[in-house]
Structure formats: structure tokens, C-alpha cells
Write a protein that binds this ligand. Structure first.
Ligand SMILES: NC(=O)c1ccc[n+]([C@@H]2O[C@H](COP(=O)([O-])OP(=O)(O)OC[C@H]3O[C@@H](n4cnc5c(N)ncnc54)[C@H](OP(=O)(O)O)[C@@H]3O)[C@@H](O)[C@H]2O)c1
Length: 386
């Protein structure tokens, strides 16, 4: 059995690649890698195995140079005849940016790039499964404070907080146009943050937002809004089990579900235990964010409510000597705060009935392993490209 995987140099894709490399029933794993030379492509794959402190079998793991934003990608995949025997495609690559400045690129990579892969995939004679790593957040922003079910998406009427979730929704729609249902498997993770193993996190995607909130301490979100967050090792293990098990469905949430859901209050309680030298976390209404931005621009009016939190403003003055940096943080953080407010929990009963590993630990339990590494995260750098 041969696998072709995209996004293997990423947070989740790297995890999937290393786990798949151990499966005896797999002969070759071809990895689409962005690079300018074979040497660089090899080095990028080697780096993944180094991060995991794992063995790389170069006879089994084979990089294939390619870029999803290259309009010739389908042609070059077609011409690469060693790929004719691929049985499983795992499409994990995506541009995951929430920032408006990347909207065009996000669309090009996540919609056009996927279409390029599909054009190649649909003519493969031995293709058994096209596994698309989607996202549960394609349900959009109008669903609030309730459990969300797989069948509610994709819904073209959904309104999206960011272009990214729209493109992931369109990805699912396009897969259905190109491939028969029996060849499609869609895994929709909720929010993947950190690791439940005591490892140095190999990616600070999403963890960046928590590190930023840890620095700010005055947080404009509802502390009790439910959050569906899972660790990357669970996401990978669940997806791989799904891939090789007898499935009763073809679309699955890979999520905490209601039993392992959390909220900002529970998570920040755990964070505070590790950083007791900072002020206690204080939650304020999300509408306060505009006053916070004004404060960072020295435009807060004396009568505005934020002035009541003078202890926190003093702390901000000491922490963010350059208020321009605080403005940068807000710009990066705002979409994350918006997602936090939605209170969406993604039903995982399909997953629970079809795989054996059970539900993940709640984030407020496993995140202890990653919190201690916040010092390694440059939150200002992350704010530019979280
Ligand atoms: N992280 C989450 O919370 C989350 C939640 C739900 C679903 N997901 C989904 O899970 C998948 C993996 O996400 P992730 O968190 O692992 O993201 P990530 O760490 O940002 O990894 C993205 C991967 O996509 C590749 N990629 C981006 N643009 C590309 C292009 N133009 N051509 C080829 N490859 C390209 C990247 O390659 P380079 O290394 O070359 O940049 C990287 O390997 C995505 O499909 C995402 O939508 C993620």
C-alpha cells in the first residue's frame, strides 16, 4: 500500500507522517514538500523525524517537490509515474492563516491547490481513499453555544469569521464534485493546540494565542464559553485509526466532544499555576477590545470603562513598553478571541463509536505539558503570522 501526503512538514501532518512511517502494511509514503532542491526537500523531511526523535527510513519516505500554488502541479504529479500506484492520499496541507492580508493566498492554496491535487487523484487507477483534513469550524460563526453535528456542514449559507474556514468548506464541496463518496474520508479536527505528551511543542500554532493571553492577563472573552480543543497527538492517532478501521460514516469530527470540552476559565487557572508572578487573569466583555486598542494608541477617553482596570493598565505599561507592539498583538489575537466566544462544541459520537482510543483528555488537563514552554514563544513574531 502506498500513501501520498501533503502538509507533512506541518504541525499535524508531521505527526501523521511519523506515525504512518511505523505501519508495516505501508510500502511507500510520498510527501509533497515545498522546496527548491531535492537536498532541501530531504532535509525538511529529516527535520520532522529529528523533531520527533524518530527513525527516518529513506527507502519508505520519499519527498516529492511541489507547491499547491503552482498551476502546473497536476501536470507534474501526472508525469511522476512512480505516483501511479498511490492507494491513499492524505491532504493535510493548507494555509491556516486567519489574517486578512493572506486571504488571496489562503484561497489559492486551500481551494485551487486542492483542486490541482483532485485533478490528479481522480485519474489514479488504484486510489482507495482520499483523506481530507478539514476543520470542524467550517460550520461558520452563526452557530453559538451549542453542540454542532457533522451533517450541518458544508453549508454554503454559513457565514465565516475568516477566509480560512470558508476555503476549507469549499474544499469539502469540491471533493464531493470530483470523487465518489466511497473514496472520500473527511476528518474535521476542532482546534488543535499543544501536545498531551511532555514534549517541547513542535509547533506553536494556536498555542501562540494562549501564550499571548498569558502575557495580557486582562482578557476580553467570556470565560465560560465552551471550547473544543484537542492535542496534536490525539488528533493524529484518531485520524490514523479512522483511516484503517471499518467506518460507518465518511465525515467525522475529531474533537473533544462535550465530555472533554473546556473553557477559558479552566485553562487560565492552570496557566496561572505556572506563572504566579503575573497578575490574576481577569475577564472582561469582548466589546472592551476597542477600548484596549484605543489605550494602545493613547486614545482612551477618561470616562471609558477600561480605566477601572488601572492595575492591569499599569502592568501593561511595564510589559509592553512600546504600545505599538500591543496593537500588533491585538491584530493577531482578535480572530482567536472571536472563535473563543462562539461556544461551539463538536459532537464526537461518530468518532467514539468507530474508533477505540476514546476521547482526549480535556485541554485544561493536558496543556500543563506545553505551558512551561511559553518562554520559547516570541508572541510578537507570532502576531505577524500566528
Ligand atoms: N491546527 C489546527 O488547530 C487545525 C484545526 C483543524 C483543522 N486543521 C487542519 O489540519 C491541517 C494541518 O494544519 P496544521 O495545523 O498542521 O498547519 P501547519 O502547521 O500550518 O501546516 C501546514 C502544512 O501545509 C503546507 N503548505 C502550506 N502552503 C503550501 C503550499 N502552497 N504548497 C504545499 N504545501 C503547503 C505547509 O508546508 P510548509 O512547511 O512548506 O509551510 C505545512 O506542511 C490543515 O488542513 C488544517 O486546515 C488544523
Amino acid at each position: 500500500m502506498n500513501i501520498f501526503i501533503t502538509g507533512a512538514t506541518g504541525f499535524l501532518g508531521g505527526e501523521l507522517l511519523v506515525a504512518l512511517s511505523k505501519r508495516k502494511e505501508i510500502d511507500k509514503i510520498y510527501c509533497l514538500v515545498r522546496s527548491i532542491s531535492e537536498a532541501e526537500a530531504n532535509a525538511r523531511i529529516e527535520h520532522i523525524f529529528e523533531l520527533h526523535e524518530d527513525y527516518l527510513d529513506k527507502n519508505k519516505i520519499i519527498p516529492v517537490i511541489g507547491n499547491l500554488s503552482d498551476e502546473q502541479l497536476t501536470d507534474s504529479l501526472m508525469k511522476n509515474t512512480v505516483l501511479n500506484d498511490v492507494n491513499i492520499i492524505i491532504h493535510s496541507a493548507a494555509n491556516t492563516s486567519f489574517s486578512k492580508i493572506y486571504d488571496d493566498l489562503v484561497e489559492r492554496v486551500n481551494i485551487d491547490g486542492l483542486n490541482q491535487v483532485l485533478s490528479w487523484a481522480k485519474q489514479l487507477k488504484n486510489l482507495e481513499t482520499f483523506l481530507y483534513i478539514g476543520t470542524a469550524t467550517i460550520c461558520g460563526k452563526d452557530i453559538k453555544n451549542r453542540i454542532v453535528y457533522e451533517d450541518e456542514s458544508p453549508n454554503l449559507n454559513a457565514n465565516h469569521l475568516v477566509k480560512y474556514t470558508y476555503t476549507k468548506m469549499m474544499g469539502e464541496i469540491n471533493i464531493h464534485k470530483q470523487l465518489p463518496k466511497e473514496k472520500i474520508l473527511i476528518a474535521r479536527p476542532s482546534i488543535i493546540m499543544g501536545d498531551s505528551r511532555p514534549w517541547l511543542p513542535r509547533s506553536t500554532v494556536i498555542l501562540w494565542a494562549l501564550a499571548t493571553v498569558n502575557m495580557m492577563r486582562l482578557v476580553p472573552v467570556n470565560p465560560l464559553s465552551q471550547l473544543d480543543i484537542i492535542p496534536v497527538d490525539y488528533a493524529s492517532a484518531a485520524i490514523i485509526e479512522l483511516l484503517f478501521t471499518k467506518r460507518n460514516h465518511y465525515i467525522y469530527h475529531v474533537s473533544s466532544g462535550i465530555e472533554s470540552a473546556s473553557n477559558s476559565s479552566k485553562i487560565t487557572n492552570v496557566v496561572h499555576e505556572c506563572y504566579k508572578d503575573k497578575p490574576l487573569f481577569k475577564f472582561v466583555d469582548k466589546s472592551m477590545i476597542s477600548q484596549m486598542k484605543n489605550w494602545a494608541r493613547n486614545r482612551l477617553k477618561p470616562y471609558q470603562e477600561l480605566n477601572y482596570y488601572s492595575d492591569y493598565l499599569d502592568y501593561w505599561n511595564k510589559t509592553f513598553v512600546d504600545s505599538g507592539k500591543l496593537r500588533m498583538l491585538f491584530a493577531g489575537l482578535e480572530p482567536y478571541l472571536d472563535f473563543t466566544e462562539l461556544g461551539q462544541v463538536f459532537d464526537n459520537s461518530r468518532l467514539m463509536s468507530d474508533i477505540k482510543i476514546g476521547a482526549p483528555q480535556p485541554v485544561h488537563e493536558y496543556i500543563k505539558n506545553s505551558i512551561k514552554y511559553f518562554g520559547n514563544i516570541d508572541v510578537f513574531e507570532g502576531a505577524i503570522d500566528p
